[in-house]
Design a protein around this ligand. Structure first.
Ligand SMILES: *Cc1c(COP(=O)(O)O)cnc(C)c1O
Length: 367
């Protein structure tokens, strides 16, 4: 079926194992992040086979999918919970990441009502300006958590490089370690978790001599795509071939390289592409659109030049390639395209794994 997103579960397991083998000796555990694949339980299971310590996701619906499928691993909710969802959070998550006292109070009440204790990680704002408690308030919020009877203070965490592109380094990670020590000294507690960040932290870990108190990283992109979000390049030792998007050719025509007629400067999706070549182009249209992938985050495995994309069409310059209508074209994708493909109703997800049939090579298992 096309279009389809192929996910190689063995590659996910191997990437997780490579990262675990690198980070465990540094005292850092790997939590596998499944939000890029909408909380796929099969992907979570592959991460756990590769040695992940637990699973994290940012959305409660994805957590529910994981639980419903029987994933027994510790599960973290890594976006501060919606006030309207606190009961589901204590039911479905072992740990939640938090930044708002109002929400913490509601979580405590929900946990008490369910006769349980809920573990929380307090997220510190270290400069990326997404979610986070100002460092100067962190001790006070931690003190408040200790007084909430339904909660256990599991630790603190940070998240960089997501909204403002602030790179994790010795300075901001050092500040996180200092905050952990300050909370422990002022409040007389021991923090189990110092969650340093996401895949963007891997460059810092490999470059620094001292990872301080950081004992956890939450890794999505590195496992799912094998890439470093800071440099946009493959990470050494990781497979970049976990995901591919496959589309079908619906038209092949030789056309002028330049459009003609009175031109608007823009299209429904912003500025029109400026064709760089003159002459003619042998062009293939693939039935994949912006609904299924993002133009800046897709490239043809066979190297065809991307000419443009609308909601439902992707135009390629195929040169002299032996392609026909009905043929499949395979694409590498980045994180933006992965998110769209996973959530597009038109894209079929196909999981490839040798685990289901160890003796007969890779097989397809139902998504
Ligand atoms: C998405 C997310 C992650 C994982 O990020 P990657 O760059 O995919 O590794 C980790 N932590 C939080 C809070 C996130 O929202």
């Amino acid at each position: 079926m096309t279009p389809r997103l192929e996910i190689d579960l063995d590659a996910i397991e191997n990437n997780t194992r490579t990262l675990t083998n690198t980070l465990t000796p540094r005292g850092i555990r790997v939590v596998g992040v499944t939000k890029g694949v909408a909380g796929s339980p099969h992907v979570a299971a592959a991460m756990m086979r590769g040695g992940a310590h637990g699973i994290a996701d940012s959305r409660i619906d994805n957590l529910e999918a994981l639980r419903r499928a029987g994933v027994g691993a510790p599960i973290s909710l890594v976006r501060t919970p919606m006030l309207s969802q606190v009961s589901r959070v204590v039911e479905l998550a072992d740990v939640s990441f938090n930044t708002e006292l109002t929400v913490l109070q509601a979580l405590s009440e929900a946990a008490l009502a369910a006769h349980m204790k809920h573990r929380v990680v307090l997220v510190a704002e270290l400069g990326d300006l997404r979610d986070g408690i100002p460092a100067s308030d962190l001790v006070a919020v931690a003190r408040a958590v200790l007084r909430l009877p339904g909660l256990t203070l599991a630790g603190i965490g940070a998240n960089l490089a997501c909204m403002s592109g602030v790179i994790p380094g010795d300075r901001n990670m050092g500040e996180l370690s200092e905050l952990a020590c300050r909370i422990e000294l002022s409040l007389g507690v021991a923090l189990d978790t110092v969650s340093g960040g996401n895949s963007a932290n891997l460059g810092w870990v490999s470059a620094t001599a001292d990872t301080g108190r950081v004992n956890e990283l939450r890794l999505g992109e590195a496992i799912l795509l094998g890439t470093d979000p800071v440099r946009g390049e493959p990470l050494p030792g990781l497979s970049p071939d976990v995901m591919s998007l496959v589309g079908e050719v619906i038209e092949i025509q030789t056309k002028p390289a330049q459009p003609w007629g009175d031109r608007l400067a823009t299209t429904a999706f912003g500025p029109a592409p400026v064709g760089s070549t003159a002459g003619i182009v042998r062009q293939a249209i693939v039935a994949i659109g912006r609904q299924d992938a993002a133009l800046e985050s897709i490239s043809a495995v066979d190297g065809y030049r991307l000419l443009g994309m609308s909601s439902d069409h992707l135009a390629l310059d195929i040169g002299a390639a032996a392609l026909s209508v009905g043929d499949e074209v395979r694409f590498h994708i980045g994180y933006s395209s992965l998110l769209r493909a996973v959530h597009s109703r038109s894209v079929d997800t196909q999981l490839l794994s040798s685990v289901a049939a160890l003796h007969s090579g890779p097989t397809r298992v139902p998504a």
